[in-house]
Ligand binder design. Structure first.
Ligand SMILES: Cc1ncc(COP(=O)(O)O)c(C=O)c1O
Length: 378
């Protein structure tokens, strides 16, 4: 297999060339090919308006097929395009609340203490009781508590703790629990196979590790779940025959695509499709290895000068809890991040610490620059 020239790949990310860009866990930069996909889309709108709208519809169908393959879904109809995890989780929570309530089943989920609010707020708002345990203990707690529904991030936004999704899915299967995953901090960085990991539903906001700009969230719903319940929300595109434009029809599709209630943001879907082609060319396993290698180096260098609050192993691999996110416990994180910014080193402040994210376009030199910058400030 051809080796990847990561320096060459970095050339596609102008933001990484002009800054020490460690902000991907907040928002990833877009690449030049993704930018050109946006340009093509907006040029079309500029020059022809909506005249070629069928091109957009066809593009959406193609990207859906690609996205389904990327997730190892069994059919493209299991993938829908939403605009945020908040929206997609609400879609799932309202559907499941309605279904469970009508059967007198208590509304309860098991989740993690460290979750980003988009994972938990939609369930709480629908009246679910949300029991939260440390992410590192989730698997043991499933075996102990035997919940019917588990909702977790694949990678926690603060600490970067990564679930072993394969093992988690297996434990859920053994305990007859349905697994719902927020893959926002994983998609584009680590392999996510819904079938292999026994995932019932998944959301993934795409402006982070998928590096395709704002306004897109992938929603996966297993056909079995869609067949068992009806969406609680609907718009003109959610119905079985939208082009009939019947304003009295509420015959809603029993598939993930029903989440596309109205016309979706074609531009970002096209950008997502473009980045997916890059990921297919590089290979998601190789991207994951590159990220783990950079993160291991960052952990080693940063632990020498400050406290790293993230769980890390000496030999990161696809089953270990390592990810591309490191949380540094530092006093005055806000002021330090600002001073680093003045040196052109971009990091995020989260939960009172500094969050560092290394994607495949980063390199060891980025880590060295951060370490040097921090040494002068601590
Ligand atoms: C784990 C996780 N999920 C979701 C989001 C974004 O949520 P939303 O798409 O609702 O804005 C973030 C960060 O912004 C996140 O870190």
């Amino acid at each position: 297999m051809k080796t990847i020239d990561w320096d060459q790949e970095r050339q596609d990310f102008p933001a990484a060339l002009s800054h020490t860009y460690l902000l991907t866990a907040a928002v990833g930069p877009i690449s030049s090919p993704v930018y050109r996909a946006y340009e093509r889309h907006y040029r079309g709108l500029l020059e022809n308006g909506d005249y070629n709208w069928l091109d957009n519809v066809n593009m959406l169908d193609q990207v859906r097929v690609r996205a389904a393959q990327f997730l190892s879904a069994s059919s493209p109809q299991e993938v829908g395009f939403s605009n945020s995890t908040s929206m997609a989780m609400n879609y799932l929570a309202t559907m499941m609340a309605r279904h469970l309530r009508s059967r007198g089943v208590p509304l309860r989920i098991l989740s993690c203490q460290e979750e980003f609010p988009s994972t938990t707020v939609p369930w709480l708002y629908q009246g679910f009781e949300v029991s939260q345990v440390p992410a590192a203990q989730l698997i043991a707690e499933i075996e102990r508590q035997r919940p019917t529904l588990v909702v977790t991030s694949a990678v926690q936004f603060g600490t970067g703790y990564r679930q072993d999704l394969k093992l988690l899915g297996e434990v859920c299967r053994q305990n007859q629990a349905q697994l719902i995953v927020n893959a926002t901090q994983a998609l584009g960085a680590f392999p996510v196979s819904v079938k292999e990991c026994n995932i019932t539903a998944l959301t993934a906001t795409c402006h982070k590790w998928m590096c395709c700009g704002y306004g897109l969230c992938l929603l996966y719903v297993a056909n079995e779940l869609s067949a068992a319940m009806t969406p609680a929300l609907a718009g003109w595109l959610s119905v079985k025959d939208p082009l009939a434009m019947n304003n009295r029809s509420v015959e809603v599709k029993n598939e993930a695509t029903a989440v596309e209630m109205g016309i979706p943001g074609f531009a970002t879907i096209g950008a997502f499709g473009q980045q997916l082609q890059t990921i297919e060319r590089l290979g998601i396993d190789r991207i994951a290895s590159r990220i783990l290698d950079l993160s291991k180096y960052a952990h080693q260098e940063l632990s020498a000068i400050c406290r790293v609050a993230s769980t890390r192993t000496n030999s990161p691999n696809l089953s270990s809890p390592d990810s591309g996110i490191l949380m540094l416990q530092i006093n005055d994180a806000e002021a330090i991040a600002q001073k680093l910014g003045e040196q052109n080193i971009y990091v995020s402040v989260r939960q009172g610490g500094l969050r560092i994210a290394t994607h495949y376009f980063n390199n060891h030199h980025d880590v060295d620059r951060l370490v040097d910058g921090l040494k002068g400030l601590l």
